[in-house]
Design a protein around this ligand. Structure first.
Ligand code: SAM
Length: 296
């Protein structure tokens, strides 16, 4: 059992949808997460669940899922390394709570949101000390006070990470020097063309069958906006160059993704289909709010 310290809370209680019942205990038992093998190495942190229950947790157990998980894990650990002492972090779109569990195990007080009630309940069950907030998909506010968090995660939550409001809210809620950890898709990528072609080929021509958020914004444009608003990108890793499906369990995934790494494709983020990004809020970012134009 891991001893936890008392959480400091920075949550607005007047949230439109609601906060799930919070644990009153200052101690908690972390869920029984197993160590997971990623890219051929055993990792100590709890990045995969022993009992994957949600759709995305099951996807993360596939070979392709583990490859993506490893890159996301690296970005989160990179952001974590900036802080001598963990404080409060917020995860947007926590689902079953795999990343919330990781950060919680590293000592962060966690606030997490999701639009899906059952996922959020599972997250709360696994990490009772986390503050879990059910949000409306149309919500354009991060449910915490200004400059109250040091890390903000938005991993594979495309409707949020590409939304204009997210930039201003990230700027508002993070303290100076705070870290953003994000996963974005790139409108300037071959995978986008492949996705559109596949949809046509399989007869799914109707726009309703296309995920409107997938590959919506060119990464260069998105990145420029992030820099303009007052964030410095400190870590980028491209991924998903190979044409495997999101749920692929092919034996070819490990050797070919190693090859992707060795030939340096992960550094070629301009045209990379997916990118894991860590950015830090500049200390002067809030000084010139009139310069901010967050539309992309
Ligand atoms: C692909 S899953 C990723 C889950 C988690 N971040 C991870 O990496 O394991 C996307 C999650 O975002 C949630 N989501 C979608 N739109 C959201 C929004 N506007 N606010 C918060 N969560 C959202 C979904 O319900 C889902 O649980």
């Amino acid at each position: 059992m891991i001893q936890r310290r008392r959480c400091r809370r920075h949550v607005s209680t007047n949230h439109p949808i609601g906060v799930l019942n919070m644990s009153t205990s200052s101690e908690m038992t972390l869920p029984n997460f197993t160590r997971t093998e990623v890219e051929g190495r055993r990792v100590d942190a709890s990045i995969g669940s022993c009992d994957p229950q949600t759709f995305w947790e099951k996807v993360a157990e596939t070979r392709w899922g583990k490859y993506i998980t490893a890159i996301e894990h690296r970005a989160i650990m990179h952001a974590n390394s900036f802080f001598m002492k963990p404080t409060t972090a917020l995860e947007v779109g926590c689902e079953g709570g795999r990343w919330t569990a990781l950060l919680s195990s590293l000592g962060w007080d966690m606030i997490c949101t999701d639009v899906d009630k059952s996922s959020l309940e599972l997250c709360k069950k696994r990490i009772p000390d986390a503050t879990c907030i059910l949000v409306d998909p149309k919500e354009q506010r991060i449910p915490c006070e200004s400059e109250s968090i040091d890390m903000l995660l938005c991993i594979e939550v495309l409707p949020v990470v590409q939304a204009d409001w997210f930039f201003t809210e990230a700027l508002r809620t993070l303290r100076p020097g705070g870290a953003l950890v994000l996963v974005v898709t790139n409108g300037y990528s071959l995978r986008r063309l492949g996705y559109q072609f596949m949809m046509m080929f399989t007869g799914k021509r109707k726009s309703s069958s296309l995920n409107p958020w997938l590959y919506k914004v060119p990464y260069g444009k998105w990145k420029d906006r992030l820099s303009t608003i007052g964030f410095e990108i400190v870590h980028e890793e491209g991924m998903c160059w190979l044409p495997f499906s999101r749920e692929s369990n092919s034996l070819l995934v490990p050797p070919l993704t190693q090859l992707e790494r060795y030939v340096g494709l992960r550094r070629f983020t301009k045209f990379s289909p997916w990118i894991a990004v860590v950015a830090r809020k500049n200390s002067i970012a809030n000084v010139f709010p009139t310069l901010l134009d967050t539309r992309i």
